[in-house]
Design a protein around this ligand. Structure first.
Ligand code: GLC
Length: 420
């Protein structure tokens, strides 16, 4: 992937982060878009802030989970579509300081992140279902009609957004990325310019004004063997909501591992979301999922860091490859079908094959196998404990004496299939 050669290159070193959706909507434990999807009037919705009192909020507990999951950055919702602000902003009273809690949670979180070396990224919604001057730019996730008494005014709303992003990029130390949400279908280059001026090393996403620095596929794993521009896929631990949902349908650990593995093997980053509860703690099931993922990720992470995507070396699409130094890493983001695989069209002999999941050595050799579709001898990796490993994504490291030379000499016809 092409680097920027400036402060933004942190993005290529820190590959896995936590998305955090938190706001007054957590009080109801239904969905972060309660006001819109739940068809709640603004008059009723604003009363939630009087009940928002996260007395158990402790940013270090969040960051303990971030670290246990193997994550190295967080992206925090400072203002979601409901317009409620989780920092001490001078530009609206609709903010955390006016709740019974009365403390700047962003300041507390930022202090903990900077102290612990966890990168801080900020999410900010373009639609705003509260501010009287907010304008429906024609994007989605907008109220059907302005709230009673509202006076939509583009210039005033843009001035409001600019004043707020100025606060966010001035008062909370280094901000590593800015995650606009819901493209407003109108370009106001001044807003991205403000971010860049105040935080020169900031990564800006593609959901605001123009293509930004990186793409943000959401809740899906794109096809393909690699990304052509910096990309950060986002997904939540539950399929219904990003904010805390009491009755959430959680994804399986395996599904999340498979999507993390595929996105990272394609050279993308992964942002996995959790919605804290109204008391400020993380839901127990989300914590369990993140710790389980971290347990697996810690054992396979060398396959991603400092590695480049190399799936183009394979004919088939079921396994993926990354490459680092003299090693190739074989990934199985789809369920492994058998105890052995043919890595067609590779005919290169590794010195060693290691299953990163548990450190065991595997057999790997260039072999002719009897399958009728194989057109020659290919690299075969055998002895994979498929049933034992059914709960996680296997990753195998193949070590070569001189990988570049072996690949340069690799030739011969490509067989039709690689799976044995
Ligand atoms: C969508 C949702 C929003 C969520 C975001 C996360 O845009 O509307 O609620 O914050 O995805 O990427």
């Amino acid at each position: 992937m092409q680097r920027f050669h400036d402060g933004r290159d942190w993005f290529f070193e820190k590959r896995f982060g936590m998305f955090i959706h938190w706001g007054v909507y957590a009080v109801r434990g239904w969905h972060e878009q309660l006001q819109w999807r739940g068809r709640m009037s603004k008059a009723e919705y604003v009363t939630l802030m009087d009940q928002f009192n996260p007395v158990a909020f402790d940013p270090d507990q969040w960051l303990d989970v971030v670290e246990a999951a193997g994550m190295e950055y967080i992206c925090f919702t400072t203002k979601h579509h409901d317009g409620f602000c989780l920092w001490d902003t001078a530009h609206t009273d609709y903010n955390i300081m006016r709740t019974p809690y009365g403390k700047d949670v962003l300041a507390m979180l930022a202090e903990a992140c900077h102290r612990r070396g966890v990168r801080l990224c900020l999410y900010y919604s373009c639609p705003d279902w509260h501010h009287p001057n907010s304008v429906n730019f024609g994007g989605d996730h907008q109220l059907d009609a302005p709230n009673p008494g509202d006076q939509p005014d583009l210039l005033k709303y843009v001035a409001y957004v600019k004043a707020q992003i100025t606060e966010l990029c001035t008062n909370y130390g280094r901000i590593s990325a800015f995650f606009w949400d819901i493209p407003p279908k109108i370009n106001i280059p001044e807003l991205n310019a403000t971010l860049r001026e105040l935080q020169p090393g900031i990564m800006i996403n593609d959901r605001g004004f123009g293509p930004g620095d990186y793409s943000t596929p959401e809740r899906h794993v794109p096809d393909g063997k690699g990304f052509s521009r910096p990309t950060e896929a986002c997904q939540s631990v539950g399929r219904q909501s990003w904010g805390w949902r009491e009755d959430e349908d959680y994804y399986s650990d395996l599904l999340l591992m498979q999507s993390i593995d595929k996105i990272l093997a394609m050279d993308g980053n992964y942002l996995l979301n959790v919605g804290p509860k109204p008391d400020g703690t993380l839901p127990a099931e989300a914590v369990r999922i993140l710790r389980r993922i971290g347990d697996w990720f810690g054992r396979v992470r060398e396959a991603f860091y400092g590695a480049e995507p190399a799936s183009h070396l394979l004919a088939g699409g079921e396994a993926m490859l990354t490459r680092r130094g003299n090693s190739l890493y074989v990934h199985f983001p789809k369920p492994l079908a058998s105890t052995g695989i043919m890595l067609n069209p590779l005919r290169i002999q590794p010195e060693r094959a290691v299953l990163l999941n548990d450190g065991r050595e595997l057999r790997a050799a260039v072999e002719l196998v009897p399958s009728f579709w194989q057109s020659g001898a290919y690299l075969r990796v055998a002895g994979l404990p498929v049933n034992e490993l059914a709960g996680e994504v296997p990753v195998v490291r193949l070590d070569f004496a001189d990988l570049a030379a072996a690949l340069a000499a690799n030739d011969g016809p490509v067989g039709k299939e690689y799976l044995l």
